[in-house]
Write a protein that binds this ligand. Structure first.
Ligand code: NAD
Length: 491
């Protein structure tokens, strides 16, 4: 082999669509690179599916629905049991793919898969979750009962930041309830979703019950508009979530739309500061701040602020930053250049708004060719500054000083978002008051902003959620089923 031909780069592999049980190459002319954000290596090319491909996915999902909805509950649950075992077995391989395309550290990537796996486990007990109700003798000789039936073809649109967990918030519950499901994962991270549906194919799931398509807004809009699609779930930025909510609702579709967030953590003067610092570190800088449950504002109640900020600054400044697959690395890169530039622009905005930048992540040099920004902390932030109000989605923590718990709660409730909020305190009374008064859907007490276990629902409030029924837990089952009320007389 001569040197010239040895230097010809091998074209990146193409990501396939899953339609009617077959992994197929897209016929589209529109492709996007899937890039490792730590190295800028092109891992693969993802297609933006054609109209005909989206149409074919919907048609096969509709065909599969006819027999899948009548497949016994226990048989559907057994598919979930097989999927659970397969995901567990392949966890390290999935986490490696996830870390490569998304950038998070390997332990974080395993956590991403594991939190999704909990929903698969939840869906294994679909027999008890999908039960109806019965009332005997509502009139002479008349009984009434309810049946929870599946609703048809359901669609899931997912974001880049949790490539395994978020698709698994939807897919297991949807299909265990007897629906068919079309997944459109983030075009930035399609490889993890591909690994997951490859494993699903090994469970014996009939063709068409799950499909995988790729693309962006036009593909999503075609899915929403199609008369055969019954329900749409989206997790993404507030702009995308509200657009999908409005479009789907206007067409009479069932829709749940999870948007952006700005989560607060209140630190009371009686809190155990060692534990607080570790929790805040994980909430603020875990996954490089690219979490909808990131704690991006800390509200320090007098007089704990100075000591809290000093300890946090020392800890955050010493974080090990680098590619997520390297041992000891605590924080990986941001997803792409645009997101890095967005974070840098917020750092500049905070400086211009005269917040005190006590840890400047721009100064942190990382010897890798990725989209890295170091952990940053602003102190003495005013609740009306942009860095306090807007979702940055990066490793930037704003610290607001408050005089009392009531002041701190007022700061939290000033936010337009309401995904999660936490309080750190040894006082049961303070914890109780906070839990009762705070306007956020998921509350932590002495724990960083918490994602609930799968048997509860992920229940964001305010600008963080559009819809009525949340993902997983009891709401998830309600979302993916419709109640039929039967009144019968046999005498
Ligand atoms: P994004 O909004 O850019 O994309 C999310 C998904 O929606 C992708 O699949 C994308 O292709 C699609 N999409 C984008 N614009 C669309 C449009 N106009 N119409 C239809 N579909 C569209 O979000 P992202 O950057 O991938 O993810 C980060 C965002 O997701 C953050 O704002 C984060 O807070 C949010 N998020 C929220 C939750 C939650 O539970 N509330 C969980 C994870 C992420």
């Amino acid at each position: 082999m001569n040197t010239a031909s040895a230097q010809v780069a091998k074209p990146a592999a193409t990501v396939k669509l899953l339609i009617d049980g077959q992994f197929v190459e897209s016929k589209t002319t529109e492709w996007q690179d899937v890039v490792n954000p730590a190295t800028q290596e092109v891992l693969a090319r993802v297609p933006f599916a054609t109209d005909a491909e989206i149409e074919a996915a919907i048609a096969s999902a509709k065909r599969a629905y006819k027999s899948w909805k009548n497949t016994p509950l226990a048989a559907r649950a057994r598919i979930m049991l097989k999927l659970q075992a397969l995901v567990r077995e392949h966890m390290p391989r999935i986490a490696k793919t996830l870390s490569a395309e998304q950038g998070k550290t390997l332990p974080d990537a395993e956590g991403d898969v594991f939190r999704g796996l909990e929903v698969v486990e939840h869906a294994c007990s679909i027999g008890t979750l999908q039960l109806g109700e019965f009332a005997e003798n509502v009139a002479n000789g008349v009984d009434t009962y309810t049946i929870r039936q599946p609703i048809g073809v359901c669609v899931g649109i997912t974001p880049f930041n949790f490539p395994a967990m978020v698709p698994l918030w939807m897919l297991p519950v949807a299909i265990a309830c007897g629906n068919t499901f079309i997944l459109k994962p983030s075009e930035k991270v399609p490889l993890t979703a591909t690994r997951l549906v490859e494993l699903l194919a090994e469970t014996g799931l009939p063709a068409g019950v799950v499909s995988l398509v790729h693309g962006t807004a036009p593909q999503v809009e075609q899915l929403i508009d199609h008369p055969q699609v019954a329900a749409v779930s989206i997790v993404g930025s507030t702009g995308a979530a509200s657009a999908v909510y409005a479009r789907a609702a206007a067409r009479g579709k069932r829709v749940q739309a999870l948007g952006g967030a700005k989560n607060h953590m209140v630190v009371m003067p009686d809190a155990d500061l060692d534990a607080v610092v570790e929790s805040v570190m994980s909430s603020a800088f875990g996954s490089t701040g690219q979490r909808c449950m990131a704690g991006s504002v800390a509200v320090a109640v007098d007089p704990i602020g100075d000591e809290f900020v000093a300890r946090l600054r020392a800890r955050a400044g010493a974080m090990q930053i680098g590619p997520g697959d390297q041992a000891g690395v605590e924080m990986g890169p941001l997803i792409n250049a645009a997101q890095r530039d967005r974070v840098l622009s917020y750092l500049q905005a905070g400086v211009e708004e005269r917040a005190e930048l006590v840890l400047d992540g721009r100064q942190r040099s990382v010897p890798h060719d990725g989209f890295f920004v170091g952990a940053s902390i602003f102190d003495r932030v005013n609740p009306d500054m942009r860095i306090a109000r807007e979702e940055i989605f990066g490793p930037v923590l704003s610290v607001i000083r408050a005089k009392s718990l009531a002041d701190a709660v007022a700061v939290v409730n000033h936010s337009a978002m309401g995904n999660g909020a936490s309080i750190f305190t040894r006082s049961g009374a303070a914890a109780r008051q906070f839990t009762s008064d705070v306007e956020a859907g998921m509350v932590g007490v002495n724990i960083g902003v918490p994602v609930p276990m799968a048997f509860f629902s992920f229940s964001g409030w305010k600008g963080s959620f559009f819809g009525d029924l949340h993902v997983h837990g009891k709401d998830g089952v309600r979302f993916y089923t419709e109640v039929k009320v039967v009144t019968s007389r046999f005498v």
